[in-house]
Design a protein around this ligand. Structure first.
Ligand code: ARG
Length: 461
């Protein structure tokens, strides 16, 4: 930074280390396209309202467009002395169009400018993340359609509980992604509000038209209070909250894939295109992708926390602390986008379900015990009584090294006279799953309806 950046109030330049400390250009260049677009709208508004002449407005818009071309061709690379992207653009504009460039900042402050840029940026990123969520849901749906009849142990407390259709399990993640998609759509409405024209904090003495710039930039409305407009970061915190939930969902799925790929579970194998080896142990095939997704979740949750803490003590209106929001937002966006991409590829081609292992797993445990209790309860035995009786049966089986299906009809009837030959069918894994036909349950008929609903949901939006 040089003394010339600031008004004549300053006599000497910043200490070089302080200039570096103060600068944000090394990360806020991420905003350049949005800064150019925002500035073009501002220049058009200045001309539209007669604050500058139409010719001046046209020169500013053209000069800004030229900077965009330079940037896209890799020719615009401002140094740290520009402090931030906003100064860099204004400086280059004045080089390109002469002193009219100095009129661009009329009736504007970097405070409403940076707020505008950040919202334009986030708007676009949210749209992209929502597209990615749709692709992720699409592959979950495809997988689910292939695995309606594949059974997998269902767990509570990570103990075998009741078997479920693998499609049902996958559709649970599809539902989480659906809420994520909806949540981002709602947040978009609050991101899509223009602070441009709030000025430094109090508005401006010029006869600006805030609705005009908002309309040019496609904002759904304008901030009603200038102090709020320049210092609000609720929209960014909400975004980080939504991003955190997306990551939590991806991380839970990752954890399951990691467990499933272990030798102990052995429910999936990882394909070569999505797994890695060990530098020393030749036999290893590691689930790096879901591990990285699980690990990166921490960063996004951290950014949410960082921004909440950043905001909690800030007096109105703008404070330089707010410059710290950018790296958190940018990194959260990139992390969510890269994780969604990687998980979508992993589901598409990285996993092979070992259906024979899964079939074994659901047949060789006591996860049909509830069904025995339900069997008796359906015949009029009070459920709690049936539950206690079956608990005793399980204990006897465990001691004898047997499963429920190994008991003879005489043994069943010795336990309770209501048992008949159809008990064997009732405890067979496929029947255990099929029978849970309550709305939202894992019964095949329910799952087929859920697939149908998901299919039409994904095709309308
Ligand atoms: N680089 C600054 C930021 O990101 C731009 C706004 C600076 N405003 C100010 N009053 N110093 O927050």
């Amino acid at each position: 930074n040089t003394a010339s950046t600031w008004s004549q109030r300053f006599e000497s330049a910043l200490h070089p280390a302080i200039a570096r400390f103060n600068a944000s250009i090394h990360f806020d260049m991420e905003l350049i396209e949005y800064d150019l677009t925002g500035s073009q709208a501002h220049a058009q508004m200045l001309a539209h309202t007669g604050i500058i002449t139409p010719d001046e407005g046209a020169q500013l818009v053209a000069g800004l467009e030229q900077i965009r071309q330079e940037y896209r061709q890799g020719e615009f690379q401002p140094g740290i002395d520009a402090e931030d992207v906003h100064f860099a653009v204004e400086r280059r504009l004045t080089e390109l169009v002469g002193s009219v460039g100095k009129k661009l900042h009329t009736a504007r402050s970097r405070n409403d400018q940076v707020g505008t840029d950040t919202r334009l940026y986030l708007r676009e990123q949210i749209t992209q993340i929502r597209h990615q969520l749709r692709a992720f849901q699409g592959i979950l749906l495809t997988l689910a359609e292939q695995h309606v009849e594949t059974l997998i142990p269902g767990y509570t407390h990570l103990q075998r509980a009741q078997p479920v259709s693998l499609a049902h399990h996958l559709l649970a993640y599809l539902q989480m992604a659906q809420r994520d998609w909806e949540r981002l759509g709602e947040i978009y409405q609050r991101v899509n509000v223009s602070p441009l024209g709030c000025g430094a904090l109090a508005g401006t003495t010029f006869p600006i038209d805030r609705h005009y710039t908002a309309q040019l930039l496609g904002f759904g409305g304008v901030y009603a209070n200038s102090l709020d407009g320049v210092s609000d970061r609720d929209f960014a915190i909400e975004f980080l909250g939504a991003a955190s939930l997306i990551m939590v969902h991806l991380s839970r799925l990752s954890e399951e894939v990691i467990l499933w790929a272990s030798q102990e579970f052995g429910f999936v194998t990882l394909t070569d295109s999505c797994a890695t080896g060990s530098s020393i142990m030749p036999q290893k095939k590691n689930p790096d992708v879901p591990e990285l997704v699980r690990g990166k979740t921490g960063r996004v949750l951290g950014h949410l926390q960082a921004l909440l803490v950043l905001m909690k003590g800030l007096p109105l209106a703008y404070n330089k602390d707010l410059q710290e929001d950018k790296e958190a937002i940018f990194d959260a966006v990139k992390t969510v986008q890269s994780c969604l991409e990687a998980m979508t590829i992993l589901l598409r081609e990285g996993l092979v379900f070992r259906t024979e292992r899964l079939a074994e797993a659901v047949a060789e445990d006591f996860s049909n015990a509830t069904d025995v209790a339900d069997y008796l309860a359906a015949k009029g035995v009070p459920f709690r009584e049936a539950y206690n009786l079956v608990g005793k049966v399980v204990r006897t089986c465990l001691v004898a090294g047997k499963l429920l299906k190994d008991l003879s009809l005489e043994e069943w009837q010795a336990l309770h006279p209501d048992f008949a030959a159809d008990i064997y069918q009732a405890i067979e894994p496929r029947q255990v799953v099929a029978a849970r036909n309550s709305y939202g349950g894992t019964g095949f008929a329910q799952v087929r309806q859920a697939l149908q609903a998901a299919r039409s949901q994904l095709s309308i939006d």
